[in-house]
Ligand binder design. Structure first.
Ligand code: ATP
Length: 356
């Protein structure tokens, strides 16, 4: 079905322009000739009956949502194997475009303010029964309106059903949690915590974070985690804030903050440079050099390919990390103590045998 500019869809929606195309569908701006207002239409094409009925069930859930930072969903129309979701048209520019135009990282106070503005919307989604998981938080899906308000678009909709379809990628690799890529354990609000943190990481550093699959693959092969500490990319980010981000992007879901609210609280503490805590579930920063080992996967070394990681035999929760600092290394400890011993002996000689 062609949706050319000017054509009228379903006898009512005049297509104004193409907004963007993603893995699951295409988004258009249109004019609703019946209600005289502009809408956004997401066009899902070539979907089977199971997908369509799941889509309908989810659209019914989304239609009940009311939040100032989320577009309202009005209608779902089906024509053959195509489906059209009608929702608020959000005018403005997405944060990915704003970052590209700026060509440099955003200031930490700006990103923190954005995070705090978006968190209630995510929290609202997560507190639905059943919880609505966004599944695709990324700078491109956050639109800043001309009034400066942030709106989170493209949420939830049937992405878990799409992910079982081999031809569809229903997430964006750089921002997706490992459990979402592997599809071996349920995606939950901690998966959104990962994506939200990865989004903030990108905005704070102007660099896409290393994706979870590459990171897991490196760790399995005894390599350091390729996720660059945000402090090294933007010195304006405090070490404590960076630690919170890195913790929220932990590969095992159970090491991330349990909720968006908890994450934002930690991020705010980090911004104001409060000391980071090292107990379980609290932010710690990855020290370099550090030896990262994946204890339960140790037996499978030396090499696991990315494809193998994708296979469902090893749930991501089984991945645990162990870190040793430089001083914990026996050779380093031996060298440091030897040097201290020699220096001490020389000092004693100078004191008690000055003619020596
Ligand atoms: N209601 C809306 N109003 C305005 N723009 C929107 C709206 N919903 C989505 N968009 C924009 O449309 C573009 C394409 O969205 P789309 O959802 O097709 O792509 P995607 O997120 O890359 O992939 P996927 O199909 O996996 O969701 C994005 O840039 C998004 O910001």
């Amino acid at each position: 079905m062609s949706l050319g500019v000017g054509s009228v869809l379903l006898g009512r929606y005049q297509i104004l322009r193409l907004i963007g195309q993603g893995g699951m569908g295409t988004v258009y701006a249109a004019f609703d000739q019946q209600l005289n207002h502009q809408v956004a239409i997401k066009y899902f094409r070539g979907q089977d009956a199971i997908f369509q009925s799941n889509l309908q069930r989810e659209a019914q859930i989304l239609a009940r949502l009311r939040h100032p930072s989320l577009p309202r969903v009005y209608d779902l129309q089906r024509v053959g194997d195509a489906a059209f979701l009608i929702m608020d048209l959000i005018e403005g520019e997405n944060l990915d475009s704003l970052l590209a135009q700026r060509g440099a990282a955003f200031e930490p106070d700006v990103v923190l303010a954005w995070a705090k503005a978006l968190a209630p919307a995510l929290s609202y989604l997560h507190h639905q029964t059943p919880p609505v998981i966004h599944r695709d938080i990324k700078p491109q899906n956050i639109i800043r309106t001309p009034e400066g308000q942030l709106i989170l678009v493209d949420f939830g909709l049937a992405k878990q059903w799409a992910s079982s379809n081999q031809s569809v990628v229903a997430y964006t690799l750089a921002y997706a949690a490992l459990e979402q890529i592997q599809a071996t354990s349920p995606v939950n609000q901690r998966s959104d915590v990962y994506s939200f943190a990865a989004t903030l990481y990108h905005l704070l550093t102007n660099c896409e974070p290393a994706d979870a699959l590459t990171r897991a693959s490196s760790l399995i092969n005894g390599q350091p985690d390729p996720l660059v500490n945000p402090v090294n990319l933007n010195p304006a980010v405090s070490p404590a804030m960076a630690a919170v981000l890195v913790q929220a992007m932990a590969l095992p879901a159970n090491e991330r903050p349990a909720s968006i609210d908890q994450f934002i609280q930690q991020l705010q503490q980090g911004f104001y440079n409060q000391p980071s805590l090292s107990s379980a579930g609290q932010p710690t920063i990855v020290q370099r050099p550090a030896v990262a080992t994946i204890a339960l996967l140790e037996a499978t070394k030396p090499a696991l390919s990315a494809k193998q990681i994708l296979q469902p035999q090893l749930p991501p929760q089984q991945i645990t990390y162990q870190e040793t600092t430089e001083m914990e290394d026996p050779l380093t400890r031996f060298l440091v103590f030897s040097i201290l011993f020699v220096v001490g002996a020389l000092l004693l000689l100078c004191l008690f045998a000055p003619n020596f």
